[in-house]
Design a protein around this ligand. Structure first.
Ligand SMILES: Nc1nc2c(ncn2[C@@H]2O[C@H](COP(=O)(O)OP(=O)(O)OP(=O)(O)O)[C@@H](O)[C@H]2O)c(=O)[nH]1
Ligand SMILES: [Mg+2]
Length: 291
């Protein structure tokens, strides 16, 4: 195991840049939920890739944003924690995003760790813009290389991995080869339910919702899961339940399908909707909901 390399690699970037899509693509597993809306990810999510000669411990993070409520503060804290324990920084930007804004964010990282700049969504970008981004990156010392990818189509992922490994220290693995993540099953189940809210509900509502798994019980033929969807207001509860319960039914169905795929077992899913006024600014609730 002499020439084995291991290290922690943080994935950072603006909301919606494709951080979670990249993590899932690298691991071939849907660990992190993904949606077309910004600020989908709220917690640090570990994903571990172990190959013959190396182990990379990836951390997906929430998108970097200004904080408007306490939940945002918690999300920013998650980002800071990952920053501290990282060997290599992946900074991922949407090829369509503003170059200046992203370069400004990159400048805020300390020079302690090498930064790999990832230009994502090249399936949607033009060569000119890619060239401009590369030129801007050249002027910044701590950016060690620039890799263009499509996280969605898994284009150039091998090149990226190869590049990352270059910067990893010689180290024995931190985790057993069969460890994929550090979060319990309940976390992923709650996230898969939360993801459906992003797809089925309009604009603001998903940002007001948290999901907590209350019961997770493996029975003989299926797994029984009871979860609460928590929102800030009564009106939001009514929307989530929908006309004659139609919305909650759809949320339940879609969630169950995804959870079954994830745990590879039949699932019985029971959902409840609860109102906790202004939970996003309440320390106790935030703690209870895992933030
Ligand atoms: N066309 C295209 N879309 C992509 C690509 N990568 C990600 N997306 C889409 O971009 C959107 C955001 O992706 P996420 O992976 O949730 O982005 P994120 O950076 O984790 O976002 P937050 O968690 O909100 O910070 C989703 O609709 C993805 O399908 C890509 O390479 N090409
Ligand atoms: Mg994300």
């Amino acid at each position: 195991m002499n020439d084995f390399k291991s290290g922690f690699v943080g994935i950072f970037g603006r909301p919606n840049a494709g951080k979670s899509t990249l993590l899932n693509g690298i691991l071939n597993e849907k660990l992190a939920i993904v949606s077309p809306k910004a600020q989908t990810t709220r917690n640090r999510i570990l994903g571990i890739l172990t190959e013959k000669n190396y182990q990379i411990v990836f951390s997906d993070t929430p998108g970097i944003l200004k904080s408007n409520y306490k939940l945002h503060e918690r999300m920013l804290k998650e980002i800071d924690q990952v920053k501290q324990g990282t060997d290599v920084i992946l900074f991922i930007m949407d090829v369509k995003d503003s170059i200046e804004e992203n370069i400004d964010l990159v400048k805020q990282f300390s020079s302690k760790h090498p930064i790999l700049m990832i230009i994502n969504k090249i399936d949607q970008g033009n060569q000119d813009k890619i060239k401009q981004i590369k030129e801007a990156c050249l002027k910044i010392d701590k950016i060690k290389s620039v890799v263009e990818i499509s996280a969605l189509n898994k284009t150039n992922i091998d090149t990226l991995l190869h590049e990352i490994v270059t910067y990893l220290p010689a180290m024995p693995p931190y985790y057993d080869a069969d460890t994929l993540t550090d979060k319990p099953m309940r976390f992923f189940v709650a996230e898969l339910i939360r993801e459906k809210l992003f797809f089925l509900l309009n604009e603001e509502l998903p940002y007001h919702a948290a999901v907590i798994v209350r019961q997770y019980e493996e029975k003989n033929t299926l797994t029984k899961i009871v979860a609460d969807i928590v929102v800030s207001r009564e009106t939001q509860k009514a929307i989530i339940i929908g006309k004659n319960g139609s919305m909650i039914k759809e949320i339940g169905q879609k969630s169950r399908e995804d959870i079954e795929k994830f745990i590879d077992r039949k699932v019985f899913l029971e959902l409840h909707v609860k109102v906790r006024k202004d939970w996003r600014n309440n320390d106790l609730y935030l703690k209870e909901y895992g933030y």
